[in-house]
Every structure is written in C-alpha cells, then in structure tokens.
Design a protein around this ligand. Structure first.
Ligand code: IVH
Length: 706
C-alpha cells in the first residue's frame, strides 16, 4: 500500500483498517501502550501523516518513501483499533468512505455562491474592462488575478477551528447539498488545516474536478465493463460527487482546487488582494491553481488568455476559459454585484469544445489491416476554433450504443488534437424520418467481402493488398519513421503513387524512376531526386525495423524488436512455429498466430524476396543468447513458482540475456530450475531427476554474480 493507492481504487473500500501485517511491524505499538501515551502518539502520527499527505497530494513533492508512509499509517490504524475512543473524523485513516446516505441534506449558504458573467470573445472582454474603468471613474491600469476556469463542480468547504466540518455543493447558489462524506474522500482536501493562524471559521470555495487522465481511464474501464461512460470531465466530477455511497466517490480520481474564500470569522488579519487570499489558502494546506498569475491592464490580460489557451491541451485537467478577477479587494467592494454575479470578475471562455450539428451521412474507411471504421459526415460546425465536418464513430457497436441515425442532431466533442467524436444524440430533435446505419456487405474501396469475426467489434475488408485503401495504409506504415523511415515520402505522396498505379507492393517503391515521380502533380525535379535518395538510403535498415515495416497484425515495435533479438535472422523468424514464438516475452496466442499466418502466405514471402532482391538489407547475427561466449550459453533453465522480486517474464529475460535457453517443462535436458514460492510438480520432477534447484535468494545471488 502506498500514498498513491491507499485511498484509491480497489484497496480503498475493502481494506480492513488495520491489517495483521501491522502488528508484526517492528515499530507497532504493543497492547500495553498506556492510554495517555497512546493519545499523544496518535496525535503525533496524524500530524506527521498529514504533513506527508500535503507534500504528496497538494505540493506534488513526496518526501518519504511509500513504504515509510505505509508504516506510519499502519501504526496509526493499529493504535486507533486499540483505542477506538480516539478515532476522530479528521484522522487520515477516515477517508475511505462510509455508510451510504438515504439522501443529501440541504445546506443554506451563509454567503451566496455566485456565478460569473461570461465574455465569449475579445470584444466582450474589452467591454468588461471598459465597464470597470467607467465605474471606478479612474483611468488607472487595473490589476487582474487570472485563474484557469476549471471544468468541474463548485464546492464550499467549511473549516471550524481548522477542522473540515462541512462540504456543500453550490446548488442554486443559496441552497446546496451536504456532500461532506464524499468530499472527505478527495485526497488533496485537507481534513485539518496547516499552521495555526487560520480564522476560527473559514469557508474555502473552489472546484472539484476529474483530471483528464483519470477521466479517460475511468471511461476506458467503463466501456470495457459495459457501463455508461461520462460524456465529459464536468459530468464525471458531478456524477462522482453526487453519490449517496461515499465508497464509490472514494474510488474516483477527483481533485480540488481553491479559488476564493466565503465566510471568514475570527480575529485574523487578511491580505488586501485576491491573490493574497489565495496565497493564504495555499499556506493553510489547500491547492490553488499553479497557473494563476497577476497581470496589469487589458493587453497583458489578453496576452495571458492567448498564452494559456495555447497551453490548455497540455494541462492535466480540462479548462474552458480564464477567470479574470479585479485583484484589489477594495476595488471589488466598490464595484459590488449585479444580480447573481460580481461586477469585478468575468469568465472569458475559450471557444466551445462541444457543439450540436447534424449527421448527414456515414462513410466507411478502410485501414491498413482492413479494419472498417465508420466516419460521421457532419454539417460543418465550428468547435474550439476549427471547422469540423467529420467525426469518428469507431465501430458498429459504438453506433448501436449511441443509437445514432442519419438525420439525427448529434453532440460533437473535440478535445485537444484528437479526432472529433460523436458524444451523443439529441433524441428530442430526432426527425420523423431517419436512416439506420448498416455495415456494407462489400468493401467500399475494392468490393471484396467484409468479414466480422464473432465477438470482435471490428469488421474487416478481406481484400488484403488487392484493396487500394489497405495498400495505401500499408505503404504509409512501411515507409514510416519507426519502420523503414523514408524521409520525405509523406502520406499525400504515397496516395498519389498508389492512385497513379505506380506502387502495388512494397518493393515497387524501390523501382520508382525519376520521370515517374516528376510526372506527378506538384512534384519538382529537386524534390523527386530527394525522395529517390531517401528511398535508396532506407534500404540499409535493421532486422527489427524490417519486421515492423511488414505490418504483421499486432506486431508493433516492441514485438518486432523481441523477434529480431531472439532469432537474429529473418529466415528463422519466418520458420518459427507457434509454440516457439510463445516462448518469447510479450508474445501471446493471438500475436503468435498472426505471425505464423503472415509468413505462411505465399504472397507475403514473395514480397520479402522481392525486397531483398531490390537491395533492402540489414545485419544478421547470432542473437545474444546464442553467442558462444555468453556465460550461460548452452544451458537450459526452467522457472516455476512465484518470485517476489520480479515476475517470471523478467527472470526469463535476464537468463536469456546471459545466454541461457528458458523452456516451459523440466526434462533430462534441463540444467537448472529456478523455484519461487509455491513451486509444485516441476520442483518435484527436478528433484527426482537430480537437477540443480535455485530458490529465489540463491537465484538472485546467482544473477548478481554475473
Ligand atoms: S469564481 C464570485 N473562479 O465557474 C465568483 N469560479 O460560472 C464565483 N469556476 O460556479 C466563482 N473555475 O464552478 C471562480 N477560478 C475560478 C473558477 C470558477 C471554475 C466555476 C465555478 C462557478 C462557475 C461560475
């Protein structure tokens, strides 16, 4: 258990507060700790753990190893188990979620939680700044605090005497819902404030959000498990926080970022700027946004908007604009409020990333391996600064899940640079006449039939390289950077070459003539010469690149590398049986079948032959493990049981690197057996055959000796 996973995922809801391991830990308190001592030990431990939590979750600067953190936490759990009367709600052990609630209770906000006016473009933002200066009757340059507008859910946190006593949603701004139990599970929200100069009552307001990585991981899992994914990070945050069972919230990767104070009472002196307040909040242990800056005047504000806008896709969380707040609290006071929004702040929004449009039709695209992808043809719509007229629909299962039909109004989402997606259908707007989307029976490019393997979501064109679409994609892959790396042979040029009938298979690339290239549209002699030079250069390659370039299904660069390292010679890869392939790390049943099937095809073997004839070459040599001077050359090893320091794959790789051959079963040919915990029949057999056996410790020592 580590700081990272203590509160998260599976471990959080099921973990028993104090495990048996804890009592065996050398630093665990014994049952004889006197009450008074236990109480002060508990206080000390909580203090230390809270400090580490803050460093880890808020500052992102862990300062002790995970194992040490675990030890402290277990020690606290053990003490609390022995003295349950000392368990308090703010103890770091109490974050894992509790008994489900029958419903949420209402919370009246003492100070209303306001909303913000929006500026949708530069003119509106300029008008805002002008209004400010008008109202202040002053031509001075206004100082703004600029904060990213996080796309989540507004939350109020109430701390009394430094302890988190209540968390509430914004609701309608006046009445919200009590979500304390759920909020307590969010790791970067301190249950107790740091320092000692905080107000006796302090309300911190901010946004609860789900960072992009967590959102994507959640949706991936949801799709795999047949659960409805979240449409966007905002829904993810709201859906996760409005759970009656806080154990569910505890498993969601939520975070909090503070952006203002609400109620403040007690005898404390506060700074006179908004940014100053934020710094205080940060000092008391809460996260504020690290992109926040103070700028002077309209131009600097515009500049900030543009700069952060350009950077927004590289941020770990979704933002939909920038909030500009007059930094001086005195000026804020003068400006006051209108209706539900302050006059001193504005949300300057980035152009929307979700838009409504109409599905005009669906095309079916054919990929390198023949995979057929339905692509939505849309009525062009502006989304986040670009015009979108296509969006992916992934596969037929996705079309069924969305229940999307031609003629429907759909929501399009564009995130970062990824291909726009159809998020959902607006059923209210479905016209009476819509057309159902069906998979064509034959390939739209080459007319070969389309196969859909039972249980697979993807349908494929059976045409192979006969299909010009597959040919184009295969050649793009062949020439790509990680494959033969033909510089200057871009996608467009490859498409032209296939369309001009100049390339049918990979080897045609090496027979291209200068005049053929020059005859292509937009191809000057100089560029044509450069392309030919690059093609010539690419002939000198490596075995791993060549294997990858062939485009065998599921064989990426890692597998291609493993194959090259394992066999050393292409002919040996081509002759490998499925059983032999299965012995290579990372190669499972499906990949092994794809490899065997690929080389069994006569036309694939002949393409390889032609490529060699055309002069494509690489250095072939005995693989490392067959080198005669390798220390374990000629030795046969078997690994069985569970190893604690590494998994069997890693152990195998280490032995192979030393030249040993690692097989799956013990026989008279076996030289030694590595037996981890719970070794079974292989160990018995080795003992019967009088074969040398290394337990894990001996094996590690053995490896270390090389
Ligand atoms: S300030 C009086 N700052 O935007 C000011 N709001 O439309 C009230 N939001 O409900 C809010 N990031 O959920 C503020 N840095 C930020 C914000 C932010 C996101 C959200 C918040 C609020 C909504 C207002």
């Amino acid at each position: 258990m580590s700081q990272q996973d203590f509160f998260s995922q599976e471990s959080s809801s099921t973990k028993e507060p104090a495990s048996s391991e804890a009592s065996s830990s050398s630093n665990s308190p014994s049952i004889s700790v006197p009450v008074k001592e236990a109480s002060s030990q508990i206080d000390d431990l909580r203090h230390t753990i809270n400090l580490h939590n803050h460093r880890y979750y808020v500052l992102d600067e862990p300062s002790i190893p995970d194992a040490e953190y675990d030890r402290l936490l277990r020690e606290l759990q053990t003490l609390e188990q022995q003295y349950p009367e000392f368990i308090t709600p703010d103890s770091p052990t109490q974050r894992v979620g509790g008994t489900p609630l029958p419903g949420f209770t209402e919370v009246q906000h003492e100070r209303p939680m306001l909303s913000l006016d929006n500026a949708m473009n530069a003119e509106e933002f300029k008008a805002f700044e002008l209004r400010l200066r008008d109202r202040l009757k002053d031509d001075q340059t206004i100082e703004f605090a600029c904060e990213p507008k996080l796309d989540g859910l507004a939350i109020s946190l109430l701390y009394e005497q430094g302890k988190l006593v209540r968390a509430a949603t914004r609701g309608d701004g006046v009445t919200g819902e009590d979500v304390t139990q759920n909020v307590r599970t969010i790791k970067n929200i301190p249950l107790a404030l740091q320092g000692n100069d905080y107000p006796s009552r302090l309300e911190v307001r901010g946004e609860v959000y789900m960072p992009k990585a967590g959102f994507e991981a959640y949706n991936e899992r949801a799709l795999a498990e047949g659960i409805k994914p979240f449409a966007n990070p905002r829904n993810a945050a709201a859906g996760s926080l409005r759970q009656l069972d806080s154990r569910i919230t505890a498993k969601r990767p939520l975070e909090f970022c503070a952006y203002s104070m609400g109620v403040v009472s007690g005898d404390v002196e506060l700074p006179d700027t908004h940014f100053g307040l934020l710094e205080k909040i940060q000092y008391w242990g809460l996260r504020i946004n690290e992109e926040t800056r103070v700028v002077k005047g309209l131009d600097a504000a515009q500049d900030f908007f543009i700069k952060l806008g350009a950077k927004r896709h590289s941020l770990a969380y979704e933002i939909d604009g920038i909030v500009f707040k007059v930094n001086s609290l005195a000026l804020q006071e003068t400006l006051g409020f209108v209706a539900r929004a302050p006059r001193w702040a504005i949300a300057y929004k980035f152009p929307a990333v979700e838009e409504l449009t109409q599905l005009l039709g669906v095309d079916f695209q054919v990929g390198r391996t023949g995979a057929i992808t339905p692509v939505a043809r849309l009525k062009p719509v502006h989304v986040a600064g670009v015009t979108v007229s296509n969006a992916t629909l992934h596969n037929m299962d996705e079309i069924a899940r969305l229940d999307v039909r031609i003629g429907d109004t759909v929501i399009i989402r564009r995130a970062g640079d990824v291909i726009p997606q159809v998020v959902s259908v607006v059923l209210d707007r479905r016209p009476s006449e819509t057309i159902k989307i069906t998979l064509p029976e034959s390939c739209p490019v080459c007319n070969s039939h389309i196969e859909r393997v039972e249980g697979e979501a993807v349908a494929r064109c059976a045409g192979g390289l006969v299909c010009s679409a597959q040919r184009k994609e295969a050649i793009k892959h062949f020439a790509s950077r990680k494959a033969l790396d033909v510089e200057g042979l871009g996608d467009k040029l490859i498409e032209q070459l296939v369309e001009a009938d100049l390339i049918h298979s990979f080897d045609d690339l090496f027979h291209l003539q200068l005049d053929e290239l020059i005859a292509l549209e937009r191809m000057a002699e100089k560029s044509a010469q450069n392309v030919l030079k690059a093609i010539e250069k690419s002939k000198n390659t490596t075995l791993a690149r060549f294997i990858y370039a062939l485009g065998i299904r599921e064989v990426g660069t890692v597998t291609a590398n493993n194959l090259a390292n394992h066999y050393g010679f292409l002919d040996r890869v081509m002759q490998a049986t499925k059983d032999e392939l299965l012995e290579i790390s990372d190669i499972g049943d499906i990949v092994a079948s794809h490899i065997v099937n690929f080389f069994a095809e006569e036309h694939n073997r002949s393409v390889i032959e032609q490529l060699r004839k055309a002069g494509v070459h690489w250095v072939e040599s005995e693989p490392d493990n067959a080198k005669e001077d390798a220390p374990l050359h000629g030795q046969v090893a078997v690994i069985t049981g569970t190893l604690s320091q590494m998994n069997r794959e890693e152990a195998k790789a280490k032995l192979e690197l030393l030249g040993a051959k690692v097989t799956g079963s013990v026989s008279a040919k076996t030289d030694f057996l590595v037996a981890g915990e719970k070794a079974g029949s292989k160990l018995t057999k080795a003992q019967q055959l009088d074969i040398k056996v290394y337990d894990e410790a001996a094996f590690l020592a053995f490896l270390a000796s090389y």
